[in-house]
Design a protein around this ligand. Structure first.
Ligand SMILES: [Zn+2]
Ligand SMILES: [Zn+2]
Ligand SMILES: [Zn+2]
Length: 328
């Protein structure tokens, strides 16, 4: 497998045969005592609040491998790299039948803490420019395992969508000396048409230009570029974030069977590129958040048909319907 860069859009794609994808395993690899359990990377022990252990394991059929160098090279005008990186599975519960949003806030907090630890740890490796934490739920979203898990990849490049955001946030900051996410939040809170939940430190809303019906974002009210730093430094509010995430996913799963959840946080700033002035103001201009994209709900025209997103339900209508759902 190798990584190829599209010279026009500058996005990297993985090309190649899938090596050793699993057949139908008899045993779930993530249930306790499984004979085909993958290598464990780290575990957070059970807490006194009743949360069970959460564990990061090596993905059984990883897209990226930890050994070696990216060996960035040219083929004529094209760029090619080895698929060096990390690909992990975050097992949020030892229970095979409990989804993240069916867990307690204490359990979700443990999962968030594990994600933060893994991101922080992988960023010590200067080969990696970005760490993505995501969850694909439901067959339409490409869910890979029956056991409720999330996944993590550490890559030698910044994924395209995050790169767009980082560049746009930096440009906005150069122009206005303000964070575009903070500005968005304060406008949304002033006239909360698209706000679904805003209790304390976190806000869940439908973005103004949602790409699909019921798309939601969760953002911290206070400016903070780095999810992992925020989580590790003030664990007192972790329960609150867990609660917002749980209620948001409860809402999403009442309107869609499948969804993508992705965390957007700062790239690896331990390695600064002087040539690119790499993210000099990123701590001021970027603002971490979760994005949740329901998949296949209603008659949204898929992106690949028209190359422009079209959603038949406005964010205002979506937010109103999501607010009306009774979740506790
Ligand atoms: Zn299992
Ligand atoms: Zn901000
Ligand atoms: Zn984002």
């Amino acid at each position: 497998m190798e990584l190829r860069k599209d010279p026009i859009t500058r996005s990297w794609v993985i090309v190649g045969e899938e090596e050793g994808r699993r057949g139908a395993d008899q045993h779930c690899p993530f249930c306790p005592g499984s004979p085909n359990q993958p290598q464990v990377i780290s575990t957070l022990a059970p807490t006194e609040h009743g949360a069970g252990p959460v564990t990061a394991m090596v993905h059984p059929a990883p897209l990226y491998r930890i050994e070696g160098e990216p060996h960035r090279r040219s083929e004529g005008i094209y760029d090619v790299m080895n698929t060096v990186g990390a690909h992990e599975v975050l097992v949020q519960s030892i229970r095979h039948d409990i989804e993240l949003w069916q867990s307690s806030d204490a359990e979700i907090s443990q999962f968030l803490l594990l994600a933060a630890h893994r991101i922080q740890d992988l960023k010590q490796d200067l080969r990696f420019k970005y760490v993505t934490v995501y969850k694909n739920h439901g067959s339409a979203a490409g869910q890979e395992f029956d056991h409720p898990v999330s996944q993590l990849t550490a890559t030698t490049f910044v994924p395209r969508r995050v790169l767009y955001e980082l560049r746009a946030a930096r440009d906005y900051y150069v122009d206005k000396e303000r964070c575009v996410f903070c500005d968005t939040l304060s406008q949304e809170l002033r006239n909360p048409l698209r706000v679904v939940e805003a209790r304390n430190e976190y806000v869940a809303l439908c973005p103004f230009a949602a790409r699909v019906p019921f798309e939601m974002w969760i953002m911290p009210r206070r400016h903070e570029s780095s999810f992992e730093r925020a989580i590790q430094s003030k664990s007192g509010n972790l329960n609150e974030l867990a609660g917002v995430l749980r209620r948001t996913l409860l809402r999403i799963t009442s309107v869609a069977e499948s969804f993508h959840l992705v965390l957007h946080t700062v790239p690896n700033t331990y390695q600064k590129s002087n040539i690119l002035q790499y993210w000099k103001t990123v701590d001021e201009d970027y603002h971490w958040h979760f994005e949740i994209m329901p998949v296949g709900s209603m008659k949204a025209k898929p992106y690949f048909l028209k190359e422009i997103y079209y959603t038949p339900i406005s964010s205002e209508v979506a937010a109103e319907r999501l607010r009306m759902l009774s979740v506790r």
